[in-house]
Design a protein around this ligand. Sequence first.
Ligand code: KG4
Ligand code: ZN
Length: 345
Amino acid sequence: MKVLGIESSCDDTGVAVYDAGAERLLAHRLASQTVHQAYGGVVPELAARDHIRILLPLVRRVLDEAGLAGAAPDGVAYTRGPGLAGALLVGASLGRTLAWGWGVPALGVHHMEGHLLAPMLEDHRPSPPFIALLVSGGHSQLVDVAAPGRYRILGATLDDAAGEAFDKTAKLLGLGYPGGPAVARAAEGGDPGRFRFPRPMTDRPGLDFSFSGLKTYTLTTVEQHRDAAGALDPQTVADIARAFEEAVVDTLAIKCRRALRESGRDCLVIAGGVGANRRLRQRLEQEAGAEGFRVFYPRLEFCTDNGAMIAYAGALRLAAGERIEEAAFEVRPRWSLEDLPPISE
Ligand code: KG4
Ligand code: ZN
């Protein structure tokens, strides 16, 4: 079964074709929108308009590259939520329309299930059960994955998501958008000994996160180090970036270790945009060696939003017989992983 996947939940337009029979990705492409850079964050209306402009030519190109020019795939999967309503509607309407025209089944996929299953696209892939650390721009969650489709949220952020904290810190430091890669780059030249930022909520039991206090701490540190003209010297920017990154990485690592110990699982999956962070990966590899668990993550380009993960998650569910039957469709800007049905064998 060859499934076309369409991702349009935020500011990345992703399209892919996954072949479930061959267990292989046939083609994938990503167009990252640049219009938002001038605003320092994603502008929902502009995101939706850009998806409209980009999506159809991208679908055509990916179908060509997958060897499906002139032929139909066996199913279409699009991101149904969570995400920006207008952006989701673009992918959902195109996905439903194409499926209807081709006479093949369509299915709306949960964006975070896509992230969570993205490591399954790699040769070195996990087999459930495992614990997943989902860290993106909109979510920070620790999820117990008994099997694909059987999810229990063990902990979540009480305020900002980890990626959001990176983005806000980048803005405070004048580093631009998207903030995660910019902070990580600045942190490379930072002195780890100069500042020590707090590790929120690690001194008490539980698996929830909170990153908004860290943002306030960063703001205070920034204000204390501005010169008379209100500027920060580049070394201080690097040192603050480094201290912030260390604090987030340490906090996430502590919570992962705790989740693994408490659940008795021995396998950890890291997914979502922040999963692309090099220092986070290194730290969790070290932990894995010391604590005796295995760690898996998608290739870097599949940590952030992409169509491949949607094609994969959609293929699993379409192959199990799931499809959207009704003619009307709805997107779900807010949607919990725990509301998903298990995938039948
Ligand atoms: O998964 P994703 O592409 O979109 C959402 O579903 O939200 O994640 C985007 C987030 C952004 O907040 C971005 O700053 C962050 O992931 N990010 C990173 C890195 N690359 C992307 N954060 C830290 N280090 C990185 N290298
Ligand atoms: Zn995402």
